[in-house]
Design a protein around this ligand. Sequence first.
Ligand SMILES: [Zn+2]
Length: 456
Amino acid sequence: MSRSTRARRGSMPRLLLSVIACFCVALCSGASALAARTVTAVEVRSEAHGAVVAISTAEAGKLELDSFVLTEPPRLVFDLPSAMLDPELPDTLPVESLRFNQIRLGQFSVEPEVARLVVDLSRRDPPVTWELLPGDGECESLLLLHDPEVTMLAEPVVSLSEGALLVRVPGAGALERSVGEADDPPRIYLDLTGGAVGEGLEVDCIQEPLRQIRSGQQEPVEGRPVARIVLEFGTRQAYAVFSEEADLVIAAGPHAWALPLPKYEGTGKLRRKKIVLDPGHGGDDIGAPAAFGSPPGGPYEKDIVLDIGHRLARLLETEGARVTMTRKDDSYISLHERAAIPNRLRADALVSIHCNSYDRPNTLCGTSVYYDHRHSIRFAELVHEELIAALGTESKGVRNANYAVIRRAKVPGVLVETAYINHDEDRERLVHPNFRERAARAILQGLIRFLCGESG
Ligand SMILES: [Zn+2]
């Protein structure tokens, strides 16, 4: 956005202007190399990223600036050698900025001629940066003062990932944000405090269903700039907003469960906890198929639950847990062995992962969690609560069932039926990697709440 605006202002025109400027300097220097230039006008414009000081001289050519910082009070000083200030110029120029209090002008010395421009700062750190650019005519120079506490936002980058649309705003991840939505047309807007977009942006027909991205500067809040980014859609979208590294990411798509998730940052909550994960079935035992028949139609339960198991194992490891999987690949393990592993390890918890199915396809759908022992009831309730909140599936409740693995295991254990593989809507979810990741994170949260106290 504003970076590109500046690039537009600065690339070709800047080159042309500096060519003109050099030409003028060559002409003028022929007349008198040492003649001082007269500064005829100094204008200050406040911008979201700081301030722009336009300096005009009677003679054409590039200005020279020496800059240094003084303290008590903090100020940034620019000396202009071989320059005389027009006596008509004001002594002080106000700046509407939290960082820059005012600009003072003075003739520092007459012999040699040195004009001085002092920027009074509200504080010294972090240091203000500046650059000098050619202005509109060959007699104008622009001194750009950047407030380092304002983030210049780069142009958003749009991409598609696993069915979701991603809009990445480079460098905006750490900014304070507020997010909202509106209708007619459907749109999402983000206000980023401390962000600047310069002249803003308006780009149409980006990538269906995104119709337009625009950005602009809102009214400052308590002196801090507020950049607004608006995403306009053809139809209403589910969305998620998160920081990823230094960037801000807005994910949008038809389903909330399909949206990508930010990278999981573990905090070691499950340090030294022993967790056994049991992805159901495996090998010749394909589990429930998506469609019955001979051969049965895929996808198969055994593959989906293994993927969820690996995802959950990675998450648990970031929380410091010691994870054992009853199977890590497409192999079959007996029910006896699946229950013996947590007992042998004296594990803190066992999670068996499955997909449900029903004799008649497209009849039942939803998520349920089963327990057998009484000491597992609360565990099952917490995992179920997290799954329903995260997945948007129908609640099929928490149930007692006499499944061999959780019956034979003596440690707290639950059996999760994530969704129905032979129901079209549930299956659309189950085959989606972001849904599986959501399911794994929900089970993780249930585990954390169970093992570390309800608040997690
Ligand atoms: Zn199963």
